[in-house]
Ligand binder design. Structure first.
Ligand code: ADP
Ligand code: NA
Length: 327
């Protein structure tokens, strides 16, 4: 498709977990060879909407960079960059914020949830979706790979694009969602909630830097039930079904193929099979991350080159925005 441009962002949360990989990053790797240009941003401006330790944030940005590269993101095939190195994001966000009403933002479910947890969130947390709109529109992006939890924020970006286009003449395409066949990986310790970086339960989350022993232990301790046979029934057997789903995702098999392959195994034996399959996927990624972390200066160079390429696209678009606004 001519003129197709894909944008997606990920917060610098450090080394991603298996849910991030299977739910988002694996899809990013596949999309980087799509027609048109593809931009992937490590969105550190978004990360400071919650309190952050500076040294920790800096390390997390580099760990996310190493992780994306180790997962197969290739700077020759896409533009990988750190959001704050392209200051045009913040400037466009201000302009778009002036086109967005407070009630529109107040009604977004994530604000309702997060501000309740924090009592009162920061202004940055409140306007976070406007910055997301700016991230997308700054490149006149046409497609955005998103999880279902982000669809409402993409709708805001579409609204803001429309408002800008109506007021200042057409400039922005209305960005469309690229919903991947979403598979939610569940916590190994509580298979009714999703696998998450913030799960306080030990052994609940597999990280891409986990060793074969870490993975074997976590899978062995995964919550299952008192039926020993392997079946897929997420409603009644969330634990073993999560293992089947993980197994299918890492091996590229269907759920049916995995269940058929596990016939005759009890869950204890099956867990060994799952751990092997997970490790088969994770081990090369882990080795890549370890290698890249040790290469001083390389990650910074990748980010600097990515930012320069992103700015080449962003600067003329922002210049056009400024002109239309009247600056
Ligand atoms: P977390 O829940 O660990 O904080 P994020 O919300 O930062 O993860 O999500 C980053 C990306 O990873 C998003 O695209 C999200 O949809 C995906 N993702 C996160 N957790 C999972 C999961 N358990 N299963 C599938 N995808 C996930
Ligand atoms: Na994303």
């Amino acid at each position: 498709t001519p003129g197709r441009r894909i944008f997606s962002g990920i917060q610098p949360t450090g080394v991603p977990h298996l849910g991030n990989y299977l739910g988002a990053l694996e899809n990013w790797v596949g999309l980087q060879d799509a027609c048109g240009s593809v931009l992937y941003s490590i969105v550190d401006l978004h990360a400071i909407t919650m309190p952050q330790d500076p040294a920790h944030l800096r390390r997390n940005i580099l760990d996310m960079t190493a992780s994306l590269l180790a997962c197969g993101i290739r700077p020759a095939h896409c533009i990988l960059f750190q959001q704050s190195q392209v200051s045009e994001h913040a400037e466009l966000s201000w302009i778009l914020g002036c086109l967005t009403s407070m009630p529109r933002l107040r009604h977004l479910p994530q604000w309702k949830m997060k501000s309740k947890q924090k009592n009162e969130g920061s202004v940055g947390l409140f306007t976070y979706p406007v910055l997301q709109a700016a991230d997308i529109l700054l490149y006149r992006s046409t497609h955005v790979p998103v999880g279902e939890d982000q669809v409402q924020h993409l709708e805001l970006a579409q609204d803001v694009a429309r408002i800008f286009n109506n007021r200042y003449r057409d400039l922005f395409p209305e960005p469309r969602a690229l919903l991947s066949a979403s598979r939610k990986i569940k916590s190994l310790r509580d298979p009714t909630s999703k696998m998450s970086k913030s799960d306080p339960q030990r052994l609940a989350t597999i990280h891409l830097t986990d060793t074969p022993d870490d993975i074997a232990l976590k899978v062995r301790k995964a919550v299952t039930d008192f039926t020993s046979e392997v079946t897929f029934d997420p409603e009644r057997r969330p634990g073993v079904s999560n293992l089947v789903a993980i197994h299918a995702a890492v091996s590229g098999q269907s759920v049916e193929e995995v269940v058929w392959g596990a016939r005759g195994l009890d869950t204890a034996r099956y867990k060994e099979v799952v751990a092997d399959a997970v490790n088969h996927k994770v081990a090369p990624i882990r080795e890549g991350i370890v290698r890249l972390r040790a290469e001083g200066g390389y990650l910074e160079t990748v980010l600097a080159e990515g930012a320069a390429r992103a700015r080449e696209l962003a600067v003329p678009i922002l210049a056009e925005v400024r002109k239309r606004v009247g600056f």
